[in-house]
Design a protein around this ligand. Structure first.
Ligand code: SF4
Length: 316
């Protein structure tokens, strides 16, 4: 009999898969040689007594959005930060950023919060505020030195993500943006499992135009489908280089297979737009300031605005 696809039995699992939420997941005889064995052995399983606490905490968050990328280095955290700055431009919109890229937390630097620390109060962990309506939580705030490596296995990472969702006092938020590590790993499975009852509004997928990046994006979209997270859309980042002086554009990563737009069409997901490379984006990220506020006249800023307007429109 062919393997069945259910919520807990992935398509690529062998015939006698015990189910990803079983105590035996990753350990049963059937798991030997299964491509998911590593993830199943470390991911949280069974009914989790913390889920009701997470659901209660998340009840004050209107929209939960994941920011994903197939590969590292495509500008996912830069995009997350610019989206957060843009949403928080409206002072009546409350925005939170949760950085679950545990082994490579860059959000504190990009958002100008290096050296800040988390405080604990009776109502939970207090996030760090960029401004009154923009709060951030990251493991980067917990490291004694920003150059310290975080070498954690799955269960410890899962535990921290759970604490971020259960114990952080986000208060009322319109948007919580979850910046995830590249690929589909423990962190993604944990977030989706912990937020199963609260619901995730959708995922934004960031890529660069070349085929080698798009291959991983297809897997990312497939992951979203398997865990039933709607794809808000795909953003093609570093899509050409615009010279800040002459405004001429050059191609850096040739879209040999049609780029993210064609891939989005093929995968039947929304294409949100292209953002060109501009060295001032990296400079703004290093300085921890909003590129959109610093260089409102740049072509990259107009591209960001176009993409962000489309995202915002989906929640109006
Ligand atoms: S490793 Fe996971 S997916 Fe694979 S058979 Fe075991 S429980 Fe099923």
């Amino acid at each position: 009999m062919p393997p069945q696809t259910t919520d807990t039995v992935p398509e690529d699992a062998p015939e006698h898969c015990p189910g990803t939420e079983s105590d035996q997941a990753g350990k049963a005889d059937a798991c030997a040689g299964c491509p998911n064995q590593n993830v199943c052995a470390t991911a949280p399983k069974g009914p989790d007594p913390d889920i009701p606490h997470i659901t209660k905490r998340m009840a004050t968050v209107k929209h939960k959005i994941l920011v994903l990328s197939g590969k590292g280095g495509v500008g996912k955290s830069s995009f997350t930060s610019q989206l957060a700055f843009a949403l928080a431009h409206d002072e009546d919109t409350q925005v939170g950023v949760m950085d679950v890229d545990i082994c490579g937390p860059s959000i504190p630097t990009i958002m100008g919060l290096e050296g800040e620390q988390i405080h604990q109060t009776g109502s939970g962990w207090q996030p760090v505020f960029v401004q009154d309506n923009l709060a951030v939580m990251s493991i980067g705030f917990m490291l004694p030195d920003k150059d310290d490596a975080v070498i954690w296995r799955g269960p410890k990472k899962n535990g921290l993500i759970k604490q971020f969702l259960r114990d952080v006092d986000w208060q009322e938020l319109d948007f919580l943006l979850v910046d995830t590590p590249p690929g589909t790993s423990d962190e993604h499975l944990s977030v989706t499992q912990y937020l199963k009852e609260s619901g995730i509004d959708g995922a934004i997928v960031i890529t660069t135009p070349q085929e080698v990046a798009l291959q991983d994006v297809r897997k990312e979209i497939d992951f979203c489908r398997k865990v039933k997270i709607p794809v808000i859309g795909v953003v093609e980042n570093m899509s050409g280089f615009v010279c800040p002086n002459c405004k001429g554009e050059s191609v850096i990563f040739p879209p040999t297979t049609g780029g993210a737009e064609k891939m989005s069409e093929e995968m039947n997901v929304r294409f949100l737009g292209r953002i060109p490379l501009d060295p001032r984006i990296a400079k703004s990220c290093d300085m921890g300031v909003s590129f959109l506020d610093e260089y409102p006249e740049s072509p990259a800023c107009a591209a960001y605005d176009h993409v962000i307007d489309q995202i915002r429109a989906q929640f109006e």
